[in-house]
Write a protein that binds this ligand. Structure first.
Ligand code: F6R
Length: 268
C-alpha cells in the first residue's frame, strides 16, 4: 500500500482528483469505480472544476458505483443514483447511459442481479481505478465486518454502527434503508488500482487496522493488503493513529520522484 498523508481534507481531494484525471487522460476508454458518502464529495467538486476549466472530459468514461440502497427509488433524494447525479454526473460531460449502480428491484433475483453487475464490469474491460471511502468500522463499499473476503456483488444488511453513522443524512421520520446491494470485496480487489480516501478523526482507528492490522474479515478494508496497487490518501486526523507514520512520510518523498519520472500509473 502506498500511504500518502496530507495537511488537510482539501489536499486529499485535490490529490485524488489528480489520480482520476491522469487515468482518464491516459486511457481511451477509462472505467472508474465510484463511491458515495461525505468523503468523496470534495473530490467530485474538484473533478467538476477541472471539467469546467476545460482540463478534463468524461465523454469516454464508464463508471460503476460500489453500492446502492435497496427499497428506495433512484429518484429518491437518498438514493446513490441521485447522489451521483447531483455531485458529479449532472455537471460533467459523462454519458449517463455509461454510468452504472448495482440495483435489485422488487421481484428480481439478487444473485442474478449481482452476477449481471459483475458481467457488466467485465464487459467494460474491468475497473481501472476504484475510488473508496472507509467506514468507521472498517467497511469498504457496504462490506460490513465479517463479510467474506471472497464476496461478490450481493445484498448486505447494514450494521447498527453504519446505520447510526449515516443517520445524520436522514431526517427524523424519513425511511432509512437497512439493506444495500454492494460490490463484494473480491469485486473491489479486481480493480487495477484502488484509491482509498479517509479524512477525520473517526476514521483513524479503522485506517490503522486496514494498513497495519491483521488481514481479517473483522476489518474488511484490510483485504486491500492483498491488492498490488492500493493508494491510501489521508488527512492528519485520519492518520493520527497510524503506526510508523514517519516511514510513510519518508517513503512518499521517494515515491514522488518516481511519479515525476514515470507518472502516477507507472505500475499499470
Ligand atoms: C459509499 C460506501 C461507503 C463509504 C463509507 C464512508 O459508497 O460504499 O463504504 O465510503 O461508509 O462514508 P463517509 O465518506 O460518509 O464517511
Amino acid at each position: 500500500m502506498q500511504v500518502i498523508i496530507f495537511d488537510n481534507a482539501q489536499h486529499v481531494a485535490e490529490n485524488a482528483a489528480e489520480w482520476v484525471a491522469e487515468l482518464i487522460n491516459k486511457k481511451s476508454k477509462p472505467v472508474i469505480g465510484l463511491a458515495t458518502g461525505s468523503t468523496p464529495i470534495s473530490l467530485y467538486q474538484e473533478l467538476v472544476n477541472k471539467h469546467k476549466a476545460g482540463q478534463l472530459s468524461f465523454s469516454n468514461t464508464t463508471s460503476f458505483n460500489l453500492d446502492e440502497y435497496l427499497g428506495i427509488d433512484e429518484k429518491n433524494e437518498q438514493s446513490y443514483r441521485h447522489f451521483m447525479n447531483h455531485n458529479l454526473f449532472d455537471h460533467v460531460d459523462i454519458d449517463k447511459s455509461n454510468t452504472f449502480l448495482p440495483t435489485c428491484n422488487q421481484g428480481e433475483n439478487p444473485r442474478k442481479q449481482g452476477l449481471a453487475y459483475e458481467d457488466k464490469i467485465s464487459q467494460a474491460g474491468g475497473v481501472d481505478l476504484q475510488i473508496l471511502g472507509i467506514g468507521a468500522n472498517g467497511h469498504i463499499g457496504f462490506n460490513e465486518p465479517t463479510s467474506s473476503l471472497a464476496s461478490r456483488t450481493r445484498i448486505k444488511t447494514l450494521t447498527q454502527q453504519t446505520l447510526e453513522d449515516n443517520s445524520r443524512l436522514f431526517s427524523e421520520n424519513e425511511f432509512q434503508p437497512t439493506l444495500a446491494v454492494t460490490m463484494g470485496i473480491a469485486t473491489i480487489l479486481d480493480a487495477r488500482y484502488v484509491l482509498l480516501m479517509a479524512t477525520g478523526k473517526n476514521k483513524a482507528k479503522s485506517v490503522n487496522n486496514m494498513i497495519t492490522g491483521p488481514l481479517s474479515a473483522a476489518c474488511p478494508a484490510s483485504a486491500l493488503q492483498l491488492h498490488e496497487n492500493t493508494i491510501v490518501l489521508l488527512d492528519q486526523e485520519a492518520a493520527s493513529e497510524l503506526a510508523d507514520k514517519e516511514y510513510y512520510i519518508w517513503a512518499n518523498k521517494q515515491n514522488q520522484k518516481i511519479h515525476q519520472e514515470f507518472g502516477l500509473y507507472h505500475n499499470y
